[in-house]
Design a binder for this molecule. Structure first.
Ligand code: PGA
Length: 255
């Protein structure tokens, strides 16, 4: 079965609530005719509820940018899986490199978050990728293999269809420097092979692997043409409706 590409906008700490709603309005005006691609947005926590009300049960999927792995309790500043479910979230991002870099997230904490989210009925976009120093040292495949091995310890085979992976080389995020289509494809094939080893060929064949890192309208086509790239996780370029929609169309046209 062909994988349906998935393009998700990660708005990071951008757009307050009114600005988020404005962007959603622009997207809603144009997403209707775009077929053959799943489209999601990950606004700030504060905007999740009003955005959900606006998009209702329509075409756009709603993602949160983070979640805590405990179900409730004394965890000041944190948000649980069931809280996100209550708000109508479909997905949650886990292990984005900015969370690893600035907020101390590790493969182990990502494993707990991924497990809790999947058990609680939230789909997960698990983000992985190497730093520039790791790539320059020729360790990129090992780093990503470890992120998979340690970050997916709580993934049960039966829930694998609720998992999406996002390969985001840290050196390409927000830098304007994209991995070449060949570099990205090479890593995506590596990731799919590791998943096949651990979870079986069927899971690997169905798993969607997004590419992220300075994807924009002008480079989306060549990235999404690659056989193991199934859409993208889009940061900066997702803040502009027309640019984001154009990226979504590129994913669809891959066919
Ligand atoms: P970017 O961010 O598209 O701005 O490089 C991607 C991401 O961090 O998900």
């Amino acid at each position: 079965m062909a994988r349906v590409p998935f393009v998700c906008g990660n708005w990071k700490m951008n757009k307050n609530v009114p600005a988020s709603l404005e962007l959603v309005d622009e997207l809603l005006g144009s997403v209707g005719p775009i077929q053959g691609v799943e489209i999601g947005i990950a606004p700030t926590f504060l905007a999740l509820h009003p955005v959900r009300k606006k998009i209702q049960a329509g075409k756009l999927r709603l993602a949160a940018q983070n979640v805590h792995f405990e179900s409730d309790g004394a965890y000041t500043g944190e948000v649980s899986v069931s809280m996100l479910k209550d708000l109508g979230c479909d997905y949650v991002l886990v292990g984005h490199s900015e969370r690893r870099q600035y907020f101390g997230e590790t493969n182990a904490s990502c494993a707990k978050k991924t497990g809790a989210a999947l058990r609680g009925g939230l789909r997960v976009i698990y983000c992985i990728g190497e730093t520039l120093a790791e790539r320059d040292a020729g360790r990129h495949f090992d780093v990503v293999s470890l992120q998979l091995r340690e970050g997916l310890t709580e993934l049960e085979r039966g829930r694998a269809s609720d998992l999406v992976l996002a390969y985001e080389p840290v050196w390409a995020i927000g830098t304007g420097r994209t991995a070449t289509p060949d570099q990205a494809q090479e890593m995506h094939a590596h990731i799919r092979a590791r998943i096949a080893e651990t979870f079986g060929a069927e899971v690997a064949a169905e798993l969607r692997i997004q590419y992220g890192g300075s994807v924009k309208a002008s480079n989306a086509d060549e990235l999404f043409e690659q056989p193991d790239i199934d859409g993208g996780l889009i940061g900066g370029a997702a803040l502009d409706a027309q640019g984001f929609l154009s990226i979504c169309r590129s994913a669809r046209s891959r066919g």
